[in-house]
Design a protein around this ligand. Structure first.
Ligand code: SAM
Ligand code: DTB
Ligand code: SF4
Length: 326
């Protein structure tokens, strides 16, 4: 089944796909997946929080926002050698992408940014795809990251434009879209997705997918996170997202953005191998590996290795998609 790449999806079209009976939806998404990707191949990415907690933003889901009282301990920017050592370990464990996260509202042109640029240079030299998620970026900062060898930048839309203000008030949707444009203009691979389980309606999930799939170019990777409800945040009492909801998001993303890597992101700790297998069938082809995401736990490395064996999955090589490389 060939699907054409479209950037003119309407909300109604996406809603129709999203509301397809679940088994039919998984089947359709699986067919698109097979037309564009090797279904046995899954990209393994490792996350590292290089600067933790103390963030001035008010994202309602986030344990790193300074204003909430969570158990996260604030940690200033890690030394470069510690970060490099972590990247080496991730590589030895089979990761081909290394993503550094900082609890910043935005990048500032200071010494910390210079140090991040050094980290990017060092990790790029190791043959890993380097990714960062540092908050908002200007066009110049994006270019500096690109020049240092940054491969991808993660900046999530998180939810729909309509629901955004109920989750975050310290920035707006347009700020997010501006940064994505700056990243795109610097010819850095774009990673952008969202979270489900934030108290949104189904129409918000569809709305977010609509925004992503009608960007001038689809993001190369789309993370789908299930909320990790952390004690001390305003979302601490949110109910766990049913696996069927994750499947609908993953499958719809796969159908409307056929070439993207769809990443089964936060929330895997609560899923068994069978549930994750359904996500891979529905078109997910990337995961975060390693015992920790940024601040919350993730499945053990050995457990994931076992899952790859059981499901006959193989890790994807780095730099496979060279189209965005200049
Ligand atoms: N501060 C930067 C920013 O917000 O863009 C980068 C780091 S921030 C922690 C990266 C992403 O992690 C957020 O956009 C959000 O999608 C995700 N995230 C944070 N807390 C989460 C949680 N409790 N559950 C699921 N995803 C979460
Ligand atoms: C993404 O979409 N999910 C990752 C990564 N991009 C940066 C982060 C998940 C964070 C989950 C909460 C935590 O561990 O702090
Ligand atoms: Fe800060 Fe990012 Fe967490 Fe928002 S999601 S509070 S910007 S670290």
């Amino acid at each position: 089944m060939e699907a054409i790449i479209r950037n003119d999806w309407t909300r109604d079209e996406i809603a129709e796909i999203f509301n397809t009976p679940i088994l039919e939806l998984i089947y359709k998404a699986g067919s698109v997946h097979r037309a564009y990707h090797d279904p046995q191949e899954v990209q393994v990415c490792t996350l590292l929080s290089i600067k933790t907690g103390g963030c001035p933003e008010d994202c309602g889901y986030c344990p790193q926002a300074a204003r909430y009282h969570t158990e996260v301990e604030t940690q200033k920017l890690l030394p470069t050698n510690v970060v490099i050592k972590n990247a080496e370990e991730a590589k030895a464990n089979g990761s081909t992408r290394f993503c550094m996260g900082a609890a910043w509202r935005e990048v500032r042109d200071n010494r910390d940014f210079e140090r991040v640029l050094d980290m990017v240079k060092g990790i790029n030299k190791m043959g890993l795809e380097v990714c960062c998620t540092l908050g908002m970026l200007t066009e110049e900062q994006a270019q500096k990251l690109k020049d240092a060898g940054l491969y991808a930048y993660n900046h999530n839309l998180d939810t729909s434009e309509e629901h955004y203000g109920d989750v975050i008030t310290t920035r707006n949707y347009a700020d997010r879209l501006d940064t994505l444009e700056n990243v795109r203009n610097a010819k850095i691979s774009v990673c952008s997705g969202g979270i489900i389980g934030l108290g949104e309606q189904e129409t918000d999930r569809i709305g977010m997918l609509h925004t992503l799939s009608t960007l001038p170019e689809h993001p190369e990777s789309v993370p789908v996170n299930a909320l990790v409800a952390v004690k001390g945040t305003p979302m601490e009492n949110q109910e766990r997202v049913p696996v069927w909801d994750m499947l609908r998001m993953i499958a719809t993303a796969r159908i409307i953005m056929p070439k993207a890597m769809v990443r089964l992101s936060a929330g895997r700790l609560e899923m068994n191998t069978e549930e994750q297998a359904l996500c891979f069938l529905a078109g997910a082809n990337s995961i975060f590996a390693g015992e920790k995401l940024l601040t919350t736990p993730n499945p053990e490395v050995d457990k994931d290795k076992e899952m790859f064996q059981t499901l006959n999955l193989k890790p994807r090589k780095s730099f496979k998609n060279q189209e965005v490389e200049i």
